[in-house]
Design a protein around this ligand. Sequence first.
Ligand code: NAD
Length: 294
Amino acid sequence: MAALIDGKAMAQQLIDEVKGGVTEFSQRYGSVPGLAVVLVGDDPASQVYVRNKVKRAHEVGMTSIEHQLPDDCSQHTLNQLIAELNADPAVHGILVQLPLPAQLNEKEIIAAIAAEKDVDSFHPLNVGALVTAEANLVPCTPLGCLMMLRQVCDDLSGKHAVVIGRSNIVGKPMAALLLQENCTVTTVHSHSRDIEQICQQADIVIAAVGRPELIKSHWIKPGAVVIDVGINAVVQDQTRKLVGDVDFADVEPVASAITPVPGGVGPMTIACLMKNTLTAAEALHAGQPNKLAS
Ligand code: NAD
């Protein structure tokens, strides 16, 4: 049976570390890091995500500044708010909850956020820095996945990692991070052929697809590590529940380690957001917003 990678417990440990970092920060600078969270519209899932992020920010002792804008908010209004937050010295991290309503240009909004306050790390400058292994801020979900991998793999070097999915927020940055760890990385996506056979060769499988329980045991090499990023709401036996992209019950006997859904990557993503906000605040106060990661 696979070892369970307990994202909830790992996230709590990271939250406690960040809390310690916030205390040190406030002793050094006489203020606490500030995270601005911008929510446009009233999408229920986004509201839950924002609530959880704000709750965690308070838990680690940061200030969280919430901005709720109406569903029909204009690009100009949102740009203006971003400009104000960029200029506000009490704000160290800016997060715009995605997806945005259709009338808003997501790319333009992301690019408007000051790169050094971009705690989601989606700004083109931060994307470039990640690819060249110079990033100070790393996208939260891939960062959480990497921490979980490190928990069960002493050395990632030379391992064959297959990333399923190539989104800008998960698949692509995940592949870049794994390359940085000296893995041999294959990315497969909706146009790829022979996905099952490619996965069968993997020492590490990262599933970020958004298809409930797509990945079955025969896709997985015995002893592989499986990280399930997917969060899919399904109805089973008339009950609504969340499942991953991996068929957990089927894959668990084959893998050497696996993350559950819920309680896996999800909690780590939010904990990494807190870590990124502290990292951004430290870099801004040290006057080195472009400080390179070691
Ligand atoms: P996305 O829809 O932007 O991208 C999905 C990717 O999967 C695409 O690149 C597509 O090419 C690929 N794909 C689709 N069908 C496929 C198939 N049959 N075979 C192989 N590849 C296929 O999604 P995303 O934003 O990357 O999110 C993926 C999943 O992860 C979703 O379930 C999302 O809810 C979840 N997610 C979880 C967290 C977290 O914190 N745990 C964070 C972000 C996303």
